[in-house]
Design a binder for this molecule. Sequence first.
Ligand code: SF4
Ligand code: SF4
Length: 338
Amino acid sequence: MESLYNVFKRRGYTRRDFLKSALLIASTIGMGPSFLPQVVKALESKPKPQVLWLSFQSCLGCTQSILNSTSIVPADVLSEYISLEYHETLMFSHRSKEAMDLQKGRYVLVLEGSLPVDGGFYCTGGGRSAEEILKSLMDGAGLILALGSCASWGGIAHAEPNPTKAVAVDEILKHKRVVKLPGCPPVGDVIVSVIASFVVTGKPPEVDGEGRPRVFYGQTIHDRCYRRPFYDAGKFVGSFEGEDAQRGYCLYRMGCKGPITRNACATVRWNGGLSFPIQSGHPCFGCSEADFWDRGFIYRPLSVVEEGFSWKEALAGALIGTALGYGTAYINKKLGGG
Ligand code: SF4
Ligand code: SF4
C-alpha cells in the first residue's frame, strides 16, 4: 500500500507541499518542528492508514467534518490518504471482514454515533444489531476512535428521555482502549491529525482521564480564547446588537460555556484555521462536553447554569417545600401552635 508522500507525488504536488503538510501534522500532534525529520520519514515510508468507519446513531456531522478538513492535507490527497475500506453510510453493502484484507493492529476503527442497547430493535444493519456489528470488527484495530459527542458520551440520542437507551461506545467496549474525540462535530483537522499521528508513531495518542488526546483537549476554550483579556478586565457583551458586541468583548454573559469546555476550537479553529464560533460573535455552548444537550440553556450564563437550576430541580424543590410546609403545619398543630 502506498505512502502519503506517493499520493502527493501522484497527484502532482511538489515536495514543498508535502513538507508543509508534514510540518502541520507534526505541530498539530504536538511533536513540534524538531520532530519533522521523523514525521517526514514515517509519511514517506509507512503505508497509508486503513480505516473502517461505522456509523450508528448520529447525524453524520462527523463524516461531514472530516470531508471538509483540507488545511492539513489538500482535499484530493485526503480522499486518497485515508484508505476508507468501509463506511457504513457511504457504502451500500456489508462487506465481510475477511474480504477487507485488514492488517491486524494497523487499521483504524472509527465509530460515529451512540449505540442503542434496546435489544436489537434500533440501528440494525443486515439483521445484526449495532453492538454485534461493532464487536465483530473491534479485535485487531490498532486505534479505536469514538468520534463526536454521540460516540464519546451518548450525545443527542442519549438526551432525555433517551428512547433507544443510547450509550457511549466505551460502555460497550469496556475493556478496549477507546480514544475519544468529542465535539458536535469534532474539528475535522483534529480527526485527520489523530489518524496521522497513529501512522507516524504506530500507537494511540496520549490521552487524559476521559480518553481525550491531551494535545487537543488539554485546555479549555477559555484558556486559549483571544477574548480572554476582556473577561479578565470585566468587559462583557450584554446584547448581540450592542456596541459591546461590536467591540468584541467577552461573551460570558451571553451564555459562553468556554470556561468548562475542552476542545481545540480556539487553537486549531474551523474552516482551514479561519475562524471559530466565538470569533464569529457567538458563545461556545460546550458541544464537546458530556450531556451538553440536557444541560440546555445555550444562552443562559454559566454562573446561572452552575447554580444548578433546572425545571426538574425546581419542581423537586417545590415538592419538598410543600411537604416541609405540611410537615411544619402538622408539628405545629400537634404542639398546639396553631
Ligand atoms: S468568550 Fe467565552 S471562552 Fe472567550 S473569554 Fe469569554 S467566557 Fe472565556
Ligand atoms: S466553540 Fe464550543 S460549541 Fe462551538 S464547536 Fe467549539 S466546543 Fe462546540
